[in-house]
Design a protein around this ligand. Structure first.
Ligand code: GDP
Length: 320
């Protein structure tokens, strides 16, 4: 098992999921490192296909792997596409982690999620609270697949001495997010809804749920920076949470988004929509001890994310 510090310089680095919000942030961040970046589109390698993954790893033999590929979505996508969230994420984790071991990758980072922690675990969520209680039902399939991936990393470390590590990002937002009105996460959904209301002059914007759940939000470029930092400086069995250490109610958060977008009319809440888990705040003390903290304040990050949304919209409107 390799020790730390781990040198990225001069290595071939595979970002699995490079077209997603997290993967594309990792690619942006890795351009500042002296590495040879490897990526593969879905049509080149379907990560759910074990034979295709093995073939690709056999040909390219990446020295370093960031496993950021996953089927993701907001509370409704997770709750309705339950089979897809379980199958796709289990298959992706299983195929990529196994291939990294078989084809001799020196180091792998698996990105989990804060939803792997029990619904009612003490807050802030410590890494050792995984598997101490029942999960939030709306995203249980996703969480179970992520927990299986975490356990694979642990098992491959202990049985094969592989230098594989697990990190758990909190709720993320930023460029490359999915703005689907029904299936997106709350940040993208609200940026879009407040923007459209501002443009159309609507006098009310509806926010799902009671507004009372609390969430922590991390700007995705901060996440990428934390991942590179941990890849270089951390090796161990314990998970490492990645977050800001601060949370906010959905009602307060909606006001932050409205202010950033420039929407000034009413906000109402639709309690017939699910709240999901009441609170999801990560304990980031392990991360702090490892020498990293988030640099982007929430209001600053939301403005950056709103600009990214406007740019992505402009690009789309120029495509026929
Ligand atoms: P979660 O953290 O896994 O629950 O993921 P989401 O980002 O989908 O939802 C976070 C919280 O925001 C939940 O309490 C939702 O009910 C609330 N929320 C409010 N409005 C919206 C919306 O338009 N879309 C989504 N996805 N969530 C919303």
């Amino acid at each position: 098992m390799a020790s730390v510090p781990f040198e990225l310089k001069g290595k071939t680095v595979y970002v699995a999921g490079h077209r997603g919000m997290v993967g594309s942030a990792l690619v942006r961040r890795l351009t500042g490192e002296d590495v040879e970046l490897l990526t593969a589109t879905r049509s080149e390698v379907d990560l759910r296909d074990q034979a295709a993954v093995n073939q690709w790893f056999g040909a390219r033999r990446p020295q370093v792997v960031f496993l950021a590929a996953a089927k993701v979505g907001g509370i409704i996508a997770n709750d309705t596409l339950r089979a897809e969230f379980l199958y796709d994420n289990l298959a992706i984790a299983s195929n990529v982690i196994h291939a990294a071991q078989v084809y001799g990758s020196e180091k792998l980072m698996f990105l989990g999620s804060s939803c792997i922690y029990p619904r009612l675990a003490p807050q802030p969520l410590r890494e050792d609270s995984m598997l101490t209680g029942p999960l939030e039902p709306t995203n249980e399939p996703y969480a179970i697949a992520k927990i299986a991936g975490i356990k694979m990393v642990e098992a491959y470390r202990s049985q094969y001495g592989a230098d594989f590590i697990n990190v758990m990002p909190t709720n993320l937002y930023g460029p490359g997010d999915n703005y689907h009105p029904e299936y997106s996460h709350v940040v993208a959904a609200l940026i879009r809804r407040f923007h459209e209301a501002k443009v159309s002059g609507a006098k009310n914007v509806v926010v799902w749920g009671t507004g009372m759940p609390r969430r922590e939000f991390l700007y995705v470029d901060d996440l990428a920076d934390a991942c590179i930092h941990l890849m270089k400086t951390y090796s161990g069995t314990e998970l490492v949470n990645i977050g800001t250490g601060e949370d906010i109610t959905i009602a307060e958060f909606a006001r932050v988004v409205a202010a950033s977008v420039g929407y000034t009319s009413e906000i109402s809440f639709d309690a017939s929509r699910p709240d999901g888990t009441p609170r999801k705040l990560l304990d980031v003390s392990r991360l702090a001890k490892l020498g990293w903290r988030a640099g982007t304040a929430l209001d600053e990050g939301i403005v950056l994310a709103y600009h990214a949304y406007l740019e992505e919209k402009a690009v789309q409107s120029t495509r026929v």
